[in-house]
Design a protein around this ligand. Structure first.
Ligand SMILES: *[C@@H]1O[C@H](CO)[C@@H](O)[C@H](O)[C@H]1NC(C)=O
Ligand SMILES: *[C@@H]1O[C@H](CO)[C@@H](O)[C@H](O)[C@H]1NC(C)=O
Ligand SMILES: *[C@@H]1O[C@H](CO)[C@@H](O)[C@H](O)[C@H]1NC(C)=O
Ligand SMILES: *[C@@H]1O[C@H](CO)[C@@H](O)[C@H](O)[C@H]1NC(C)=O
Length: 958
């Protein structure tokens, strides 16, 4: 016997001399708890006090412990086995929000008096034993864990259950609700959300008439919604969103007279919304978004006195919205977007004074904005873009105290921009583009100090650009193109340090370009097609963004620079005199100048082309000064250095397009340069070729304007007639194809997950954060580069599309983008690229990451690809595990299955069924193998309006 054991024994003997019988046994349990668990809160259990006064402990009047509640104590370790050997009278065991290792404590099934077991969010893994012995159990909450194996169908034996919550257990084997679930006749709360529930909803649920709350969302339920649900006369909440339910909404649901919240969004429901549902007397929340419902607005809803949240977006509704909608109840959030509603906007939406969200975008509403909207003090988001609305914007709209987004773009609005804009202190995004707004841009706009995005493009605005815009320090996007602004460019714009996107093109702006504007580089800037004159500031010329100034015949390039840019004349020495000329003359002559300018431009263009082609054999470096240079990031290297280093020994690879060079710069940096095209043959300079060159330039400029951590940086671009060079950041770890299939070493799952998430974030940025969105069109593992930390960067933007056409034998054929094995099936019948094509290709890359296989391998069968192969395997659970890359550590199998599910969704053959990249990012974050507390989509959180109304809407939340 060791000393320690002797001491322990003495300790227990001493204790038992003070205490007696079961109390002694009970205290032993606390000794065990302290031994096997750690956590600060355990110090609450002071050994001096009687047990029954311990924090979180409850006893009956015989001193038997009946309750343990350590919820939220953040304990970690193993919960002691045999709890009911020590505490045989235990009735209540609340253990939620702790961090227990090991599986479900099986001995709990010996607690025959147990009435409440809450082990929500306790990091539980492993299988659940047969729970049938827990005959007294009324409450069972095992939500938010990582339980595996078969779902514990033994719960159907627990006929005293009142509450059952299994939310967020995504690792169960797929299971179906059995008919005999209806044995649980006392059950009031049945929450089986996001727990791998497949198959149909059994009609027997109709017999569970005690139910108050039935939540089955986030599963793979199929088939129709059973009409028998209409028998659940006590039901208050019915949540069926995010499933694959189809058919019509049964009219019988109109019998659920206690119903408060009905959500059947994101299913495949069709047909009309039954009249009976819109008459439900207590309904507060009705969400049916993202289905294929049709017919008219459920008219009786307008008479509801209880409705406060209605979301019908992304359906096929038609017709008018009743004009009295909003009069009978106080609305909180309304989303009717993406339908075909027409007629006048319902004027009384905000009559209850609580409306936060007015989201009516992408319909066919016409007429004017109702007065009432502009008096809606509570409104935060106001979006009516893409309708056929007309008339003026009421002045009061901008005086609303909370309004943060106003989007009236793409309508037929007219009249002036109200001066009240200056009172919009909380406004962060204002979109008024593509309307017929006219008049001056009020200088009061400088009062809207929180503006981040301002788009007034393509209207009829004229007069000066107010210099006060320079006070809008948060401004990130300023688009004024396509108007008739006719002042000079205010110098104050150069103080907008957050500005990323400035477009003043196609106006009548004149005068010289403020020298200081060059400080905004490197930003995307477009000043083309104006009447600007004088020398282009040096910083722009050095920055290589001359393209942004085209169509301003009065602009010139200082003679001293000896620039060969053919688009601009060389500044004459007499320029300074000209500049003092009277402005009226400039306006009068501007038309003339444009014509002369165009002629001059064309003359120079062709002259130059001829000169170039005549010098046939000039070497790279000698032609350097005839290069058209564009740079997109501040350059810390000399462009000549690049050109000189483009020699054989620096070649690190050949892409489809040409050689890639690794260039070590004298300043210590490393860049990659890609030589795109070399047409030494005269005959290739056809008209087609020029068109393609132009296309390449456009693509390159697009990429040059992108700044995102997961998109490869294009530093600059040189082109001349004999070749184009693209200079990128150098990526130390090469491309994903080599990392995965090169066989040198194995990437473990956390790194692969990081790569997947990074690429998804890069793509989500391209699809959802840019205006206009960019479709990559050639996502594949060779286009995903890895930096030193294996952070991925998407490369080869759209250039590949152009290159294929050029590199192909017949350069006049239509441009087909993409790579076999990654191509979305819809390419077979349509060459129209959509973001969903990228999602498909991304899904293929995910499958590569998960399986370690190439997209096309002979083992898949003739003409079969990885998507087909995976789909044949995953029909069974064993098959799903079989496709996982054997080289990855076993402990990540479950995480990989999660991502496999995402990959399968991304590669659905119907584009509409694929998730958006924003959704994919979300799904991947949830599947992060390194994050345990990520799965917090608790069913309660959903009630939060912000969440509900916004979830898959992110595409609009630019
Ligand atoms: C605990 O409950 C049992 C019944 O199982 C009872 O016999 C015993 O007296 C109680 N213990 C104490 C300390 O009162
Ligand atoms: C219900 O309990 C009975 C008797 O204990 C048992 O035989 C049966 O397997 C249980 N049902 C389920 C689904 O576990
Ligand atoms: C529902 O309960 C009734 C009456 O107990 C019974 O006759 C019927 O078969 C049950 N229905 C289902 C589908 O279980
Ligand atoms: C439920 O509704 C349907 C049609 O709406 C009706 O025919 C039926 O009588 C109702 N049933 C009950 C039990 O109220």
């Amino acid at each position: 016997m060791t000393i320690q054991k002797v001491i322990t024994l003495v300790f227990f003997l001493t204790l038992s001399s003070f205490c007696q019988g079961t109390i002694n046994d009970q205290s032993q349990f606390f000794v065990l708890m302290k031994k096997s668990l750690t956590g600060n809160s355990l110090s609450n259990w002071d050994i001096e006090k009687p047990l029954c006064q311990y924090k979180g402990i409850g006893c009956d009047n015989q001193g038997n412990i009946t309750k343990i509640d350590v919820s939220g104590w953040s304990l970690s370790g193993q919960f002691p086995n045999d709890v009911c050997t020590y505490l045989p009278r235990l009735q209540i065991l609340h253990l939620s929000h702790n961090n227990f290792q090991g599986g479900f404590p099986k001995s709990i099934t010996n607690c025959s008096f147990l009435e409440e077991l809450n082990m929500s969010a306790t990091s539980l893994t492993g299988q659940i034993p047969d729970l049938s012995p827990l005959q007294s159990l009324k409450l069972l909450d095992l939500s938010n864990n990582q339980l595996t194996g078969d779902f514990p169908l033994s719960i159907t034996n627990l006929t005293n259950l009142v509450l059952l919550n299994m939310n967020e257990n995504r690792h169960f084997n797929a299971w179906q609700l059995p008919q005999d679930i209806s044995r649980l006749t006392k059950l009031k709360w049945m929450i089986l959300t996001a727990c791998k529930l497949h198959g149909p909803i059994p009609v027997s649920i109709g017999n569970m008439t005690s139910l108050i709350d039935l939540e089955l969302s986030g599963n793979r339920l199929v088939g129709k919604i059973p009409r028998e649900l209409g028998q659940l006369k006590n039901l208050k909440l019915l949540e069926l969103y995010y499933n694959q339910l189809e058919g019509q909404i049964p009219e019988e649901l109109g019998n659920l007279t206690e119903l408060i919240d009905l959500d059947m969004s994101v299913n495949n429901l069709t047909g009309k919304v039954p009249e009976s549902i819109s008459r439900l007397p207590k309904l507060e929340v009705l969400q049916l978004y993202h289905n294929s419902l049709s017919g008219e607005f459920p008219a009786a809803l307008a008479n509801s006195t209880t409705l406060n949240i209605l979301s019908l977006y992304d359906n096929l509704f038609t017709g008018e919205v009743p004009q009295n909608f909003g009069l009978s109840s106080a609305l909180l959030a309304l989303d009717l977007s993406e339908n075909q509603f027409s007629g006048k906007l319902p004027p009384f939406l905000c009559n209850g004074g609580k409306l936060n969200y007015i989201l009516l975008l992408q319909n066919m509403f016409s007429g004017e904005l109702p007065e009432g909207y502009a008096k809606c003090e509570s409104v935060v988001r106001f979006r009516v873009n893409y309708n056929q609305l007309e008339g003026r914007i009421p002045e009061e709209l901008f005086t609303l105290p909370h309004v943060s987004i106003v989007d009236v773009s793409y309508n037929h609005f007219s009249g002036p921009i109200p001066k009240t804009i200056g009172s919009a202190k909380n406004l962060s995004e204002l979109f008024m583009q593509s309307n017929r707004f006219s008049g001056l841009l009020p200088f009061e706009i400088s009062g809207a100090i929180n503006l981040v995005k301002l788009d007034l493009s393509n209207n009829l605005l004229y007069g000066p650009i107010p210099s006060g815009i320079g006070d809008l320090k948060s401004l990130n996007l300023l688009l004024l193109q396509g108007n008739k602004f006719n002042s000079s460019i205010p110098e104050s714009l150069s103080s907008l340090k957050s500005l990323n996107y400035l477009d003043l093109s196609s106006n009548l702006l004149m005068g010289s370009i403020p020298e200081s504007l060059g400080e905004l580089l490197p930003n995307s800037m477009n000043l083309s097609n104006n009447l600007l004159s004088g020398p282009i500031p040096l910083l722009f010329i050095k920055g290589g963004v001359l393209e942004s100034f085209s169509g301003n015949p009065g602009l010139c390039v200082p003679a001293s620079l000896n620039s060969s840019d053919i688009n601009f004349q060389t500044c004459s020495h007499s320029y300074n005199h000209k500049k003092t000329n009277n402005i009226a003359w400039i306006i009068g002559a501007s038309v003339g100048i444009v014509i002369v300018g165009v002629i001059l431009f064309l003359k120079r263009w062709f002259g130059n082309k001829k000169a170039e082609t005549e010098h046939d054999d000039h070497s790279l470096s000698s032609s350097f000064f005839s290069y058209d240079v564009k740079s997109f990031h501040r350059l810390s290297f000399d462009q000549r250095e690049i050109v000189e280093a483009m020699v054989e020994k620096n070649i690190v690879g050949y892409g489809g397009s040409g050689a890639v060079y690794k260039i070590e710069l004298s300043n210590g940096g490393v860049v990659a340069a890609k030589k795109l095209w070399s047409h030494k043959h005269k005959h290739s300079v056809s008209d087609d070729q020029l068109v393609l060159d132009k296309e390449l330039k456009t693509e390159v400029e697009t990429l040059g304007n992108i700044r995102h951590k997961n998109i490869v940086k294009l530093y600059c671009y040189f082109s001349s007639l004999d070749c184009s060079l693209l200079v990128y950041e150098y990526m130390l770890n090469g491309n994903l194809w080599h990392a995965l299939h090169g066989g040198k070493f194995v990437l473990d799952w956390p790194i692969r997950h990081q790569i997947a998430l990074g690429v998804a974030q890069g793509l989500a940025y391209l699809h959802h954060d840019l205006m206009p969105p960019i479709i990559h069109r050639d996502i594949k593992s060779t286009n995903i580069l890895l930096d030193i930390d294996y952070q991925p960067k998407v490369a080869d933007f759209g250039i590949a599309k152009v290159l294929q056409a050029r590199g192909g034998k017949d350069s006049s054929t239509t441009v087909i983008a993409g790579t076999y094995g990654y191509l979305a099936p819809e390419y077979a019948y349509s060459s129209k690229a959509t973001t969903k094509c990228d999602v498909y290709s991304f899904g293929v890359v995910l499958m590569e990451l998960i399986t370690g296989k190439k997209p096309v391998e002979s083992e898949f069968g003739e003409n079969k690809n990885i998507v087909y192969w995976v789909s044949t395997k995953v029909e069974t659970k064993e098959g799903a595990f079989e496709v996982l890359d054997k080289k990855v550590s076993d402990s990540f199998k479950e995480d990989m299955i999660k991502v496999l599910r995402i990959a399968i969704r991304c590669t659905y053959s119907t584009p509409a069924q694929r998730p958006t990249m924003n959704e994919v990012v979300q799904l991947l974050i949830e599947a992060d193998p390194c994050k345990f507390n990520c799965c917090n989509m608790s069913n309660k959180k959903k009630i939060d309006t912000e969440e509900v109304i916004n979830k898959p809407k992110s595409i609009y939340d630019l």
